[in-house]
Each structure stands twice: as structure tokens, then as C-alpha cells.
Design a protein. Structure first.
Length: 94
């Protein structure tokens, strides 16, 4: 069967694409596909424990069984903002 794998942020960098057509066996779980992806794209291994996974835009666990035509999204942790350039300290007695 074939699924589409959507890759975001650092996952996109690790696989070199934002979307992959991925062939796998019937009754394959999300976790099994993740293992297969890590085997093909070792750069994903560092995100194994922190990835959020979604099937057809709904968060899914590793045990979720995929169906032909499903979309699996791999969403690594992200952070935003900017590191503080300075700190404001209040010293009323100075």
C-alpha cells in the first residue's frame, strides 16, 4: 500500500523533502513506518522520542494501523522567539 509522509521543520531537513510517497505493507503501524523511515533517513533518529505523529490530521500513537492512501505527518518539537539580548534588573535603592 502507499501512504504520503509529510515532514515538517527539522524532519524536512533530515529527509530532504517536505513530502514523500512511501510504500509499505498492509496493516502496518505508524511505529513500523517510523522505524522504516529512520532506516532510510538516519537523520530522523534523533527525533524518535520527541516526534508528534498525526494520521490524516489527527494525532496518532505508534500502534495506529495505517490504511492505503493515509497521510502521516512527522512533526518535531519546535521553539520560537528569540534569545534575550539583555536583562532588565530593578534596583530601587541604587
Amino acid at each position: 500500500m502507499q501512504i504520503t509522509v509529510k515532514c515538517f521543520a527539522a524532519c524536512k531537513d533530515a529527509v530532504g523533502a517536505s513530502s514523500l510517497n512511501f510504500d509499505t505493507q498492509e496493516d502496518t503501524t505508524v511505529g513500523a513506518v517510523l522505524d522504516q523511515l529512520i532506516e532510510q533517513y538516519p537523520g530522523l533518529a534523533s527525533y524518535r522520542q520527541s516526534l508528534m505523529l498525526a494520521v490524516n490530521r489527527e494525532y496518532a500513537g505508534h500502534e495506529h494501523i495505517l490504511e492505503n492512501g493515509d497521510e502521516l505527518a512527522c512533526i518535531p518539537p519546535v521553539s520560537g522567539g528569540m534569545q534575550a539580548l539583555f536583562t532588565v534588573n530593578y534596583h530601587p535603592n541604587v
